[in-house]
Design a protein around this ligand. Structure first.
Ligand code: FE2
Ligand code: FE2
Length: 270
């Protein structure tokens, strides 16, 4: 079965009406999402480079076309998420040190010290995590009370992460079907993503002088355990990937989720 991947070019403009705490007036929720904005442009360019090494050698024409669409979608995501960095600077946040750290971790630490195959497994692992976050974010209607421009940005990105969720996985399987490399890719992606988002979220909250405040801790508990239960839900979805016969395309409920949010979207599986 072939995935239907649509490359959209939404061309967002984030103006000064976006407040500092743009998601439900919650500093914790806002900065958790801002941490993704700081990571995504560098991360998505890394995903593109990781896949590009293998695209010319793909024998399957459908997968070859999907890989090219994956690259175009990720390039568009990096471009649009990157735009909001200007707003963060205008809002007074010091973000350049964190952007350098993310760049160093990805390019100096990961990219220069690992094999092409491992970076592909890492990318497939990251893609499972972005699809996981997209699934929980949409299911939980996490952006319901966000500023409309940011709601549109994150929900568009979530939709396309679900659409192309199987591409890096399929490219990896066509190059190297070693289960342990696949599992190591996911575990490494988890460590990098949780380490960097945790640090960036904490740093932005610290800049707001809200890091260890009672409300911040309460909001973190709400997001991870009480209200949205991100943590227990994530454990279940995370574990799907570790089942030896898993394939991202089997998650048919995601097609219904896309339809619920985007009734005009093309079906995710053709
Ligand atoms: Fe993306
Ligand atoms: Fe992606």
């Amino acid at each position: 079965m072939a995935l239907t991947i649509n490359v959209r070019k939404p061309q967002f403009k984030f103006d000064s009406s976006v407040p500092r705490h743009w998601l439900a007036q919650s500093p914790f929720r806002t900065h958790l999402c801002n941490s993704f904005t700081l990571l995504f442009p560098t991360g998505e360019k890394f995903f593109i480079r990781s896949l590009q090494k293998f695209v010319p050698g793909l024998q399957d024409e459908t997968l070859y076309q999907e890989a090219k669409l994956f690259i175009r979608q990720e390039a568009q995501h990096a471009l649009e998420q990157d735009k909001f960095l200007t707003n963060l600077r205008e809002q007074g946040y010091e973000i350049d040190g964190m952007l350098r750290l993310v760049e160093d971790v990805i390019t100096r630490f990961v990219e220069s010290k690992t094999s092409d195959e491992f970076r592909l497994a890492l990318t497939a692992g990251f893609e499972h995590l972005t699809s996981l976050l997209a699934e929980i974010g949409l299911e939980e209607n996490f952006f319901e009370n966000a500023h409309p421009q940011m709601k549109a940005l994150f929900e568009w990105h979530a939709l396309e992460e679900i659409e192309h969720r199987a591409v890096a996985f399929d490219v990896l399987q066509s190059v190297d079907s070693n289960y342990f490399r696949r599992a190591a890719g996911l575990m490494s992606a988890y460590l990098i993503l949780s380490g960097l988002t945790g640090y960036v979220t904490a740093n932005l909250l610290w800049q707001d002088k809200l890091l260890l405040k009672k409300n911040t801790i309460h909001e973190a508990l709400n997001v991870f355990i009480l209200e949205h239960a991100l943590l227990p839900k994530a454990v279940g979805i995370f574990a799907r990937y570790l089942r030896p016969g898993f394939h991202p395309g089997e998650q048919k409920h995601l097609e219904a989720l896309i339809k619920r949010f985007f009734p005009d979207a093309e079906p995710g599986v053709a």
